[in-house]
Write a protein that binds this ligand. Structure first.
Ligand SMILES: CC(C)(COP(=O)(O)OP(=O)(O)OC[C@H]1O[C@@H](n2cnc3c(N)ncnc32)[C@H](O)[C@@H]1OP(=O)(O)O)[C@@H](O)C(=O)NCCC(=O)NCCS
Length: 147
């Protein structure tokens, strides 16, 4: 049985978890212009009424395949107390269902090295050399084909 209920939420509702999990509590750093992009959307995972996971999706071509309709995943975050219980997987499973319906060809992200095993378990491929990315941590490009 699923532990969380996954639903669409507003960008502003992601800010608290984004800041706490990904930006050391810096609430200014999580309000990004990407959220105003037409076609941006956000998922939240609720457990006993509380928001315990978030992920955001932006229509943006993948650096490696600019001719394919693609979506960038950003700000994937699960409450530390709720990790390892399938919530990250539930969020991405729901996103993949929606992206397949809208005929997106690729889901990609700049994935933190500390989360790469999570992404590869869900089918992503790690591509190329590592690089430093906000907030100054090692990352790799990760790609999932949706055909
Ligand atoms: C990465 C993150 C979103 C995963 O969420 P989660 O709810 O704990 O993940 P799940 O419980 O759905 O795990 C799914 C699978 O990935 C594995 N996994 C999860 N996090 C992992 C990690 N950091 N490293 C290795 N494996 C991981 C789980 O063991 C599970 O494997 P299984 O299906 O074989 O049992 C969460 O740990 C998190 O918020 N981390 C901090 C923020 C972060 O790094 N976000 C990504 C930025 S790119």
């Amino acid at each position: 049985m699923s532990i969380a209920e996954i639903q669409r939420i507003a960008a502003a509702d992601t800010y608290y978890l984004r800041a706490r999990v990904l930006r050391d509590g810096d609430s200014a750093a999580v309000r990004v212009p990407d959220d105003d992009l037409p076609g941006a959307w956000h998922l939240g995972a609720r457990h006993s009424g509380a928001l315990v996971g978030v992920a955001s999706f932006y229509p943006r071509s993948c650096p490696l395949a600019t001719d394919v309709a693609a979506t960038q995943l950003r700000f994937m975050a699960v409450d530390p107390a709720m990790r390892g219980r399938g919530i990250g997987r539930q969020l991405l499973d729901r996103a993949l269902r929606e992206l397949r319906k809208e005929k997106t060809g690729i889901l990609w992200a700049n994935g933190r090295d500390t989360a790469l095993d999570f992404y590869t378990r869900l089918g992503f491929t790690v591509v190329g050399d590592g690089f430093n990315h906000e907030p100054g941590l090692p990352h790799h490009l990760i790609i999932l084909g949706l055909s």
